[in-house]
Each structure stands twice: as structure tokens, then as C-alpha cells.
Ligand binder design. Structure first.
Ligand code: DGL
Length: 272
């Protein structure tokens, strides 16, 4: 048993989709969420910047006595997880490995689609993981840079014509390639599931990378005897930009109100 909190971070709001799953499957855990809302997006930046930002995010989270960190950001997981894991003496869970595993388990025809930010796709991290699990699998990847700003502006509904147009443009090549499984390699994308499903068709399985990461973290902590023992855990939220904007948008990602304090952090003060 370990009563210490789990740290969860993302470049912004998207990681709240993973937090939501964590809270559902591990209701007794205390969670500390950091969203780098002042510096989002990470997905259009170079690897060095992503790594520098991620180190600062972790330095802030480690100002708490944590038992584990969930990297609920596709871009950080794909570009910086190895370094973060080596530099820190506590378990780190990223989204790439569990999502790759889920995709390999679900595909029937070995044709796996992958969508994410430009930096996630460029990293090649999913291809490496999927290739290691199933050398015969073929990965068809497409960066979808407009999806994040659409979601951040509340434009994610399947009946929204702008969302449909953008989704059709990004996803038609993957549909035509015949993928039967599509990895949503960015934690914003679960909000677009319905719109994405409409373009891909009902026979294509969608893999929510944040949810698979939350599942893996829960399983691993349980196996190591590190779960907390309390009825109801708490949640604290920290952001690097306006707390009012966060509270307004966060409820969309959480599927309910923000039921914990929201505080602002000067993230530049942390780390190097
Ligand atoms: N959170 C990022 C991800 O999951 C998307 C937003 C960004 O570009 O920072 O890849």
C-alpha cells in the first residue's frame, strides 16, 4: 500500500481524458494534475524544446512526494519518456507502449493507422513499438495538427461541419489504406472519437492512448502493491496559464465539473 499521490501531466488540457479514466478505475487515489496551458502546444515544437518543457513539468510535479507519474501527453511520451524514466527514481507511465500493444492485439489485418501531433508522428516511437511486438504489422501514420486547436476551442462534435471537413481530409488516406485499427495517439483526440468514427466507419477499432496508459498504470501499481487504501481520493489541478480558462474548458475533457482546487504555477522556475 502507498498513500502518496500519482502525478499526471500534459502539455495542456488533453491529459484530462486520461485523468478521467484514472479516476474511474482508481477512485481511491489522490491525483495531482499539471497542464502546461501557458506553453501548449508541444506537438509543433522540436524535440529539444519538448524535452526541456517536460523536465520542468516533472520538476514541478516532484515538488510533491509522488509514487508514480503518468505522462498523459502523446507528444512527451513519444519524444521524452526514455530520458524522464532514466532521470527519475519512480515509475513513469507513457501512452505509446500500452497503445501500441492494444493496437497489435486488436488488428485483424495487420494494417494499423496512427494519428497524433507532428512531433509524435515524426518521432517514429509507435512504429518502433508496434514493429517490436509484430514485425509483420504495417503502420499508416498521419499528423493531424488542426485537431488540437479545434478541440481547445470546443469544436469537436461530430455534427460540426468544420470538424467533419478536417477529419475527412486527414483520415481519408488511412481509410483508403484499409486500416482496421486506428491509434488516437494524442490525448485530445478521444473527444473527436465520434467524428473520427464517422469518417473511418464502424468496423475500424479506435484505440484511446490515454485510456490504455491509465489502465497500464493501474495494473502495474496494483501488481507492485502500490495502490492507496482509501474510499475516495482527491484531485488537485495546476496550470501555467489562467485558472478561469482552465476551469471552463476542463469540464469538457473531464465530462463533469472540476471538483478540486485549481492553482497557477510559474513553471519557468522549475528545473533547468
Ligand atoms: N497533449 C498533446 C498530445 O497528446 C497535444 C497538444 C500539444 O500539441 O501539446 O500529443
Amino acid at each position: 500500500m502507498d498513500q502518496r499521490p500519482i502525478g499526471v501531466f500534459d502539455s495542456g488540457m488533453g491529459g484530462l481524458t486520461a485523468l478521467r479514466v484514472l479516476r474511474r478505475i482508481l477512485p481511491g487515489e489522490d491525483l495531482i494534475y499539471f497542464g502546461d496551458t501557458g506553453r501548449v502546444p508541444y506537438g509543433s515544437r522540436g524535440r529539444d524544446t519538448i524535452l526541456r518543457y517536460a523536465r520542468q513539468d516533472v520538476a514541478f510535479l516532484r515538488s510533491f512526494d509522488l509514487k508514480a507519474v503518468v505522462v498523459a501527453c502523446g507528444t512527451v511520451s513519444a519524444n521524452a519518456l526514455a530520458e524522464l524514466t532514466v532521470e527519475n527514481d519512480l515509475p513513469f507511465f507513457g501512452v505509446v507502449t500500452p497503445a501500441a500493444r492494444a493496437a497489435v492485439e486488436r488488428t485483424r489485418n495487420g494494417a494499423i493507422g496512427l494519428i497524433g501531433t507532428a512531433a509524435s508522428i515524426r518521432s517514429g516511437a509507435y512504429e518502433r513499438e508496434i514493429g517490436a511486438l509484430d514485425p509483420g504489422a504495417r503502420v499508416f501514420a498521419a499528423p493531424c495538427p488542426l485537431f488540437v486547436p479545434l478541440v481547445e476551442n470546443g469544436r469537436f462534435r461530430a455534427e460540426d461541419p468544420v470538424v467533419n471537413l478536417v477529419a475527412e481530409d486527414y483520415l481519408a488516406p488511412l481509410r483508403e489504406a484499409g486500416v482496421d485499427t486506428l491509434v488516437l495517439g494524442c490525448t485530445h483526440y478521444p473527444l473527436l472519437s465520434e467524428a473520427i468514427g464517422k469518417v473511418m466507419g464502424p468496423e475500424v477499432a479506435l484505440v484511446d492512448s490515454g485510456a490504455t496508459c491509465a489502465d497500464q498504470a493501474a495494473r502495474s501499481l496494483a501488481e507492485q502493491g502500490l495502490l492507496a487504501q482509501r474510499e475516495q481520493g482527491s484531485c488537485r489541478f495546476f496550470v501555467s496559464d489562467s485558472t478561469e480558462d482552465f476551469a471552463r474548458l476542463a469540464s469538457i475533457f473531464l465530462g463533469g465539473g472540476v471538483d478540486g482546487p485549481v492553482e497557477r504555477v510559474e513553471i519557468q522556475k522549475y528545473g533547468k
